[in-house]
Design a binder for this molecule. Structure first.
Ligand SMILES: [Zn+2]
Length: 101
């Protein structure tokens, strides 16, 4: 089953590493897709991670959710005081409002 896809191959490779380190077997498809996708919609050319063992789907999805929350975050703006916070901050450094989900 398809477990993860993203337009950026680096992000997909990162998730693949995380899953592999957790003992989850995945296959990478569309690895060499690039421009010139012809009649395919652009999304069809994104690199895809496919889960080999579907019984590991729940664990894999947890790992991916964590990675999204932690690894790929960029600087964020506090919804309360509009302060800009660095990616590493879990709460606003100024008013301590938590990072918005
Ligand atoms: Zn704030």
């Amino acid at each position: 089953m398809l477990i993860y896809t993203h337009e950026n191959p680096v992000v997909v490779a990162n998730v693949q590493n995380l899953l592999t380190m957790a003992g989850i077997e995945v296959l990478l498809k569309n690895q060499f897709a690039s421009g010139g996708v012809g009649e395919l919609a652009a999304v069809d050319a994104w690199p895809e991670l496919w889960l080999v063992n579907e019984r590991q789907a729940e664990k894999a999805q947890q790992i991916i959710a964590n990675a999204k929350r932690q690894g790929q975050r960029e600087d964020w703006f506090c919804p309360h005081c509009k302060e800009q916070n660095g990616a590493a901050f879990e709460v606003c450094w100024q008013c301590e409002t938590p990072f918005p989900e």
